[in-house]
Design a binder for this molecule. Structure first.
Ligand code: UD1
Ligand code: PEP
Length: 431
């Protein structure tokens, strides 16, 4: 089994380039299915297993997908098959996003229940409710959602009970080819929604208000493939900010949109870390020797992102004093607490609050990545721990981070990725 072995205590220096956003590229790739004419070229695409898995799903559905040098070319002009099977869909949450385009183009879809990180029950009733308002009838068949519409989807007024990112994306895509106007209320305001709207507008669509809580979509007759450059990954950027903070190292991040990271930057500044914009899209992370304990609550954007919760927890376990993290988005996103505790962290879980008493030093050991962001968070903890930390279950990491260990190694970390059992065993017994 592959693992990452990290020896704590090394200071980092230098710069690291941030990739295109996983959570932006996945909906954009599914939106490319909306184009009956023309080919889309998507740039700044990260080399992630989620992108591979989604490419395989799009190919299965009949699109022609080609990857080269950070770009993906999607040709969806042929007749598509609207049946997305469990073995492809279950690999990743975002595969649910083929539903909107399929229904918009063909008035039919049959999509298995999606997968993704096991961080909560992750129901999809907001997607279904909105699509029903546009004229789709659903039934569940053997664990799949089969949706049928009589002719073209119809513009509608949809209020989301919660600003779900995926539901907002599915509904924007469905509405972009519907007849008439769709008003979406209480929608997600994440930067990835704006990126999707920009792409659809460049394809000839008419989406207004993305980035606010109310989006209006005028349906158009057809959309055509175009070129689009995916926004930088705010979560990867945030993860490297914490790498600097937890190792007390000044590092530079390249290709960052600080406007997308307001909540994280503000909370890091409360701890005492300075995040200083430099030329272009670079930022410098400047941590002091002594950081302060803080309170953090995850919220929909522009609140503190749940996808940064475990990395922030890694940092707070090392800060003297009592910090509190409250998770409000996913009911089961504290699985990493047990792993941090195995490294000597002092964390008391009370419902959706984690009460963290900073310890002088975390201890290296063998820990298991419980989800994508927890994988990165445990590696960050390992950078600050005494001795060696061995992090297993790297399939989670590969969903969302390109060459994470190589980037940290380039910054000076003592880190390797190996499938050598002996190296892993001797690392946990060494000090
Ligand atoms: C591929 C992608 O972009 N994934 C991101 C997306 O996931 P995803 O789009 O799945 O997240 P949602 O915003 O939909 O989910 C947030 C919360 O709403 C609930 N919910 C959602 C839909 C629904 O119909 N009913 C319902 O109850 C979910 O169970 C969860 O508790 O946004 C999450 C919240 O920022 C991020 O953590 C994920 O990284
Ligand atoms: C939870 C995440 O992804 P997904 O929604 O694809 O499981 C994430 O990116 O942290």
């Amino acid at each position: 089994m592959e693992s990452i072995i990290v020896k704590g205590g090394t200071r980092l220096s230098g710069s690291v380039k941030i990739e295109g956003s996983k959570n932006a590229v996945l909906p954009v790739m599914t939106a490319s299915l909306l184009a009956e004419k023309g080919v889309s070229t998507l740039n700044n695409v990260p080399l992630l297993s989620d992108v591979d898995n989604l490419s395989n799903l799009l190919k299965y559905l009949g699109a022609d997908v080609n990857r080269s040098d950070g770009s993906v070319r999607v040709d969806a002009t042929g007749k598509l098959d609207c049946n997305a099977p469990f073995d492809l869909v279950s690999k990743m949450r975002a595969s649910m996003l083929v539903m909107g385009p399929m229904l918009a183009r063909y008035g039919y879809c049959n999509v298995a229940m999606p997968g993704g990180c096991a961080i909560g029950s992750r129901p999809v009733e907001q997607h279904i409710k909105g699509l029903e308002k546009m004229g789709v009838t659903f039934r569940t068949v053997d664990g799949s959602f089969e949706g049928t519409a009589d002719g073209r989807l119809q513009g509608a007024k949809v209020y989301l009970d919660f600003p779900s990112v995926g539901a907002t994306q599915n509904l924007i895509m469905a509405a972009s080819l519907a007849e008439g106007t769709t008003h979406l209320e209480n929608v997600a305001r994440e930067p990835e929604i704006e990126d999707l709207a920009n792409y659809i507008n460049a394809m000839g669509g008419n989406v207004k208000g993305a980035g606010t809580g109310h989006i209006t979509i005028e349906g158009v007759e057809s959309l055509q493939g175009t070129e689009h450059t995916v926004i930088p990954d705010r979560i990867e950027a945030g993860t490297f900010m914490i790498a600097g903070a937890i190792t007390k190292s000044e590092i530079v991040l390249e290709n960052v949109m600080t406007d997308h990271l307001t909540a994280l930057i503000s909370k890091l500044e409360e701890t005492g870390v300075r995040i200083v914009p430099e030329d272009g899209k670079n930022v410098r992370v400047i941590p002091p020797e002594q950081l302060k304990a803080i309170q953090v609550k995850t919220m929909p954007h522009p609140g503190f992102p749940t996808d940064m919760q475990s990395q922030m927890m890694a940092l707070l376990t090392t800060i003297d004093g009592v910090s509190i993290i409250t998770e409000t988005i996913f009911e089961n996103r504290f699985m990493h607490v047990e792993e941090f505790s195995n490294m000597g962290a002092d964390i008391d879980l009370q419902e959706n609050h984690a009460i963290i008493k900073g310890v002088k030093k975390l201890q290296g050991g063998r820990v298991k990545a419980t989800d994508l962001r927890a994988a990165a968070a445990l590696i960050l903890a390992g950078l600050a721990a005494d001795g060696y930390t061995v992090v297993t279950e790297l399939k989670h990491l590969d969903r969302g981070y390109v060459d994470f260990h190589k980037k940290l190694e380039k910054l000076g970390a003592d880190i390797e990725r190996t499938s050598d059992d002996t190296a892993q065993r001797s690392a946990v017994t060494q000090k």
